[in-house]
Design a protein around this ligand. Sequence first.
Ligand code: CO
Length: 341
Amino acid sequence: MLLKRLTEACGGPGQEDEVRDLIRAEVKDLADQVTTDALGNLIAVKKGTKAGPKVMIAAHMDEVALMIMGIEKNGLLKFSPIGGIDPRVLVAKTVVIGKNRVPGVIGSKPIHLQRPDERKKALTIEEMYIDIGVSKKEGAERLVNVGDLAYFTTEFAEIGPDKFKAKALDDRVGCAMLIDILKDSYQFPLYGVFTVQEEVGLRGAGTAAYQVQPDLALVLEGTTASDVPEIPEHKHATTVGKGPSLTVMDSSVIPDPRLVAKLMQLAEKHNIPVQYRRNTAGGTDAGKIQQSRQGVPVAVIALPCRYIHSPVAVGSQTDYDHAVKLVKLFLHSLEEEGGDI
Ligand code: CO
């Protein structure tokens, strides 16, 4: 299954190779041209039969990870989070490190040795290390390098009637959707762009948009679902199972209101559930794409995911199917109406 393979692949910011190779193999027969730029963005072009509008759809390949920053004399590894990870979710998790997937465990001082006041506090990154089962620095150096990335080891699984759990749903769900969308044919030029380094500040998307020069762009994301009991309803950014979300504002972008309205209208017309994302925190590649060259109208369509940026998140297959359907309807509407918005 595509989403299983995508989420179990490892690719942190700047080290997206494994994910990129997997995606390249998936899209090579769907696109007329597939290239990788200097930063590592993978660009799949379907030329179409008409000159325009030129449409870019972006999804980021990278996931949050931990970077090995040092090796102690006793062989334990010190690390820094890459992207927004809550340190409280890290302790006692299993990880794999680098291309060779060296297995390790995130450790800390055991409860027996903690003072009573320490037991009440969450551990900080400084108090944790990764244990790869060696007892000396030299032993660790044979297995890992400073700069290697450590990844959570969560396996993809379907749970409940229509949900799945996996690591890296942000943004492998976007990558999977984009691959599914590339399976259709379109009359206009469509650029499927799988971007790098989103989690460290939207670094790949801007250079990709500069090359592509799109007339309009969509960003496909996995986003926060805070539909859990201790959060009041008005603070639920999105709710799992209520359809893909449309962003009206976040910290990186105010999407083009005309595109958002158009997507809403299409969803209503075709009975596709959608929801507005009710939270302004976080940013997406849309922020960089919008500001590329002379400016690009953008919209963000996201799959609500619970427990995002943690070792495991939960999303809905029904939401996923609705997101893909909505984007395809939007793209086919451009064939009839052109790119004017
Ligand atoms: Co993301």
